[in-house]
Design a protein around this ligand. Sequence first.
Ligand SMILES: *Cc1c(COP(=O)(O)O)cnc(C)c1O
Length: 385
Amino acid sequence: MGLLEKSTVAVRSGIGSDNQYGSVIPPIFMSTNFIFSQLGEIPKYDYSRSGNPTVEQLESTLSQLENGFGAIVTNSGTSAINLVLSTTLDSNSLVLVSKDCYGGTHRLFEARQLKGDFNVRFVDTSNLDQVQYYLEQRPKLIFIETPSNPLLKITDIEKITSLAKSFDTKVVVDNTFLTPIYQTPLDLGADFVVHSLTKFINGHSDCLAGAVICKHKEDFESIKWWGNCIGSNTNSFDAFLTSRGLRTLSARLKIHEFNTKRILNFFLNQKVITKIYYPSLCSHDGHEIASRQQKGFGSIISCEFNLSSVQIEKFINSLQLFSLAESLGGAESLVCHPASMTHRAMENNALKNAGISKNLLRFSIGIEDYEDLLSDLNRAINLFK
Ligand SMILES: *Cc1c(COP(=O)(O)O)cnc(C)c1O
């Protein structure tokens, strides 16, 4: 058969691979260890920290979807990012990081810099002049989050990777917001993709996991070696849950996007909303780049409200179908106040520097019926008319 579409690859992952009973869905290998058939004969799997069939099935599908050489699945997205850092950096290294990245990512880079593990510069990766300026300082790595969290800033992956190549700088892209269905950074020249599989790929908000997908064989081999060395691996049950979610990713994304378009149109007509961050809008700074490098715009919308903090609280409390919670990308709709929730680990100055105001709300649009979502939002917003 020819090259399969991504939706097919995701649905068919490991189907019919069980040679013992012919189960349609592959079994979960819960064993920590595997038998050596005889002394001196090393089996394909010996110990589940270094390799497990259930985990490897997920790794191979993710690698195929991202067009990588190989993938390593970890116990969280944070752990995947940390694994790339542990593998590639030392105390003399400089790393550039998108300044409005996920709050936990920001904390990880800052905390490890403070321990003397490496040096970090938080830069606006959507500003190529600024990136070029810092590339002159020969960073080992540049870490990009696009679209960024929570302001959906877009970084031109192809331009950055071609700039970075001339400085021997490797490029890592956090592809959590779009997944390989909508964006494949390795095709645009990146060396590593990282994911919080916890979000869209699992899609059911019931398991933490992460992944590093490598473009090159040498990088994959060192990532795999370090993953085993530091024990960043996930367990087979979480890998099973993630594979289960991955099968329906493409179908879920269609409904996420369908609902998001309708909610966006509603938001555009609300006077209390003063600014909308969503890359399909021509007014969005990254619209042109996003249209070029993405196949979809995703289902995260951030909005600034012209409301006092008391009113924002009232608005959130009156929503019934948007749960106030961190995380995103699950089947259920969520609302989040980044300044006091996901990004609270950032100092006031860093928040301001990243442009995250106290009036900003981030919506993760789920796959409920869109008319129900709209009437919920409408009722809550009408309290302020
Ligand atoms: C959630 C998230 C992470 C961290 O992943 P965990 O699985 O929570 O450790 C990293 N990057 C982005 C963009 C995220 O949304």
